[in-house]
Write a protein that binds this ligand. Structure first.
Ligand SMILES: [Zn+2]
Length: 404
């Protein structure tokens, strides 16, 4: 099959006017300007005035929280967190959240998102996602203070072993955060990911209070959180967040760090040296009323930064292009459109350890694509996408059309 469009945006190369992408099975085999890539025997699907791109990649979300959209008002994280706990405890939680995973996956596909990095608290999301033609990294989450497993490295290993991978499903590991999991268990989780050659992620330096607690100010956290931590004998490691990260991952492969909203001097260089990818969730960041994110310092230092949505308990929808437009239109001095678009495609794929398979249109890569309508006379297709964030007119995962 050959897809032809007004513009083809490979991401790893400049946009191609009147381009084609040739697909065989689940892979891209060629792309280029129209005529040269078109053997006459192949069926051609002419998408017309469309911009054909790699499928978007949302590297950080919690699809099980999709059903709580609109139930929580913008507030600092601790207020939100205690309200969310109450909402989740209402009767019918498992059914409600499983429905949320399904709804969230389809909402993602309809927004042109062909791959998600999804965190599941009880490791219940993967069987739901397995039935849906979306690519996914399903992260099993280690959370020491939780009522349900996984709460320690042994339970994390058991959860990982439960996940039935397939060509669209990769298992991943996530120790929740450095204030909710002891450093030794974070390191054990990263070692497990390394031994299994699977991606890992963690929430890191998300709040000012977390960073103060890690440095040794044990009273920085709100009292309900202090009580929870005390029940599990979780103490401050007495290290700044950046140094603690080095200690937990020294000599091991880099990971995905969700948020990193509060960087200390030297952290950007530290992240760049280690090769970690930071995921900034712009609209969720705004929801929690954090000060401006340090992602531009990270980019200048050579850190790979991707954009994610976080969950719908702190966002309006899972439309990743709207995340890009929010940064482009809503922040002073944003990065150029090409950089922002890369942050939801190739750099987001790297965050999930999938950059060899997806994130750009290249021969040999998986045929995960999205086609977006293009206004007449557009000369810069990436700026068009970033400015307008149009809904897609077609979405393909592993060579199969899944939407529209
Ligand atoms: Zn998160």
């Amino acid at each position: 099959m050959i897809l032809a469009a007004k513009w083809v945006v490979p991401v790893s190369a400049p946009p191609i006017r009147d381009g084609t992408v040739q697909i065989e099975g689940d892979r891209i085999v060629a792309l280029g300007p129209g005529a040269s890539a078109t053997p006459p025997s192949e069926p051609v699907v002419d998408l017309g005035d469309a911009i054909l791109t790699p499928g978007l990649v949302n590297p950080h979300t919690h699809l099980e929280l999709t059903g709580y959209v609109g139930r929580l008002t913008p507030a600092p994280l601790w207020t939100w967190f205690s309200q969310l706990i109450k909402l989740r405890q209402a009767a019918g939680q498992i059914e409600r959240e499983q429905q949320g995973v399904q709804d969230g996956a389809w909402q993602s596909l309809r927004a042109g998102v062909t791959c998600v990095g999804d965190i599941s608290r009880r490791n219940l999301n993967w069987p739901v996602l397995k039935r849906i033609s979306i690519r996914k990294v399903c992260y099993a989450e280690l959370l020491t203070l939780a009522d349900d497993p996984p709460r320690n490295p042994e339970e994390l290993r058991a959860a990982l072993d439960e996940i039935e991978e397939d060509r669209l499903l990769t298992a991943g590991i996530t120790p929740h955060a450095p204030y909710t999991v002891p450093a030794a268990h974070i390191r054990a989780a990263v070692e497990l990911a390394t031994a299994r050659r699977r991606p890992w992620c963690a929430h890191w330096a998300e709040t000012h209070e977390e960073c103060a607690f890690l440095r040794g100010d044990v009273n920085a956290l709100p009292s309900f959180m202090r009580q929870l931590l005390a029940q599990c004998h979780l103490d401050s490691p007495h290290l700044p967040a950046g140094e603690l990260l080095e200690q937990c991952s020294r000599g091991l492969p880099p990971g995905l760090l969700a948020h990193f909203n509060y960087a200390a001097p030297g952290d950007a260089q530290r992240l760049a040296r280690a090769g970690h990818v930071v995921v900034y969730c712009p609209r969720s960041h705004w929801f929690f009323r954090h000060p401006p994110h340090p992602y531009r310092d990270f980019l200048r230092a050579g850190v790979t930064v991707a954009l994610g949505t976080d969950s719908l308990a702190s966002n309006d929808n899972l439309n990743l292009l709207e995340e890009v437009r929010f940064v482009w239109r809503g922040t002073p001095d944003p990065p150029p459109p090409e950089t922002l678009f890369r942050m939801v495609t190739l750099d987001a794929a790297r965050a999930l350890g999938l950059e060899a398979q997806i994130g750009s249109l290249e021969a040999g890569k998986q045929a995960d694509l999205a086609a977006f309508p293009c206004s007449p006379g557009v000369s810069d297709p990436v700026a068009e996408l970033v400015n307008r964030a149009p809904p897609p007119q077609g979405v393909w995962v592993a060579g199969q059309r899944v939407v529209l």
